[in-house]
Design a protein around this ligand. Structure first.
Ligand SMILES: [Zn+2]
Length: 221
């Protein structure tokens, strides 16, 4: 599944790896924050400051995803599911599992832990942002934690879409599995939702690209 990857560190006994494809995301996120979002939201700062904010935002995102995957892994371990470790790659993070979970309850708990941990981080960052705005903390700091609050809320909501193998799809599968006591059937149904959601994303992507071309073609030339 992965290309070349580097082991960064171990946390609670889990190895945290980063696939080289993650670097593409790190660069894209840093760049879009430093050259796009932050100058737009907080005009009047220096270019160097925006880049520092971009790097801080991208490191914060990196930490948030590790926190999310770590939550899956810790809950999985409580249920005795052997976990291989955490890998960050181009589509985010994944907590690698050796086997299917032993019961619907184990899968439900393990899957829901990720989005809950992201909601928790969103609340913490948003709380800090409110305190910081009222306390007159530096705009550079408030900007970065405000971004982290929003991005964690997006991560939580996106992962709750009931499309297998997203977390929400695993939650959905565990409910079906618990209902009919048939993991194959549950997997088939939740995977069908997953494929439909994948097609929907491609459709939206193509639509956006087409619209971008139309605007670019008629507007800027
Ligand atoms: Zn997750």
């Amino acid at each position: 599944m992965f290309g070349k990857r580097i082991t960064l560190f171990r946390l609670f006994g889990f190895a945290v790896h980063v696939d080289l494809s993650w670097i593409v995301i790190a660069v894209l996120v840093t760049w879009s924050l430093a050259a796009g979002l932050f100058p737009f939201q907080f005009p009047g700062l220096s270019t160097g400051t925006y880049w520092l904010m971009g790097i801080a935002g991208s490191l914060g995102l990196f930490g948030s995803i590790i926190f999310h995957e770590m939550s899956h892994s810790l809950v999985a371990r409580r249920f005795g599911i052997p976990m291989k470790g955490i890998t960050l790659f181009i589509f985010g993070g994944v907590a690698e599992m050796d086997d299917e979970p032993p019961s619907p309850k184990a899968e439900f708990s393990m899957a829901i832990a990720g989005p809950l941990s992201s909601f928790f981080l969103a609340a913490v960052f948003y709380g800090l942002y409110i305190v910081g705005m009222q306390g007159g903390w530096p705009m550079t700091f408030n900007g970065v934690i405000g971004y982290l609050g929003v991005i964690n809320a997006i991560l939580a909501v996106f992962n709750l879409v009931p499309a297998f193998p997203l977390d929400g799809g695993r939650v959905f599968r565990s409910i079906l599995w618990g209902w009919r006591k048939d993991i194959r059937w549950a997997t088939r149904i939740s995977s069908a939702f997953g494929s439909a959601f994948g097609l929907f994303l491609i459709f939206v992507g193509v639509l956006n690209a087409l619209r971008g071309n139309f605007i670019g073609g008629s507007g800027s030339s």
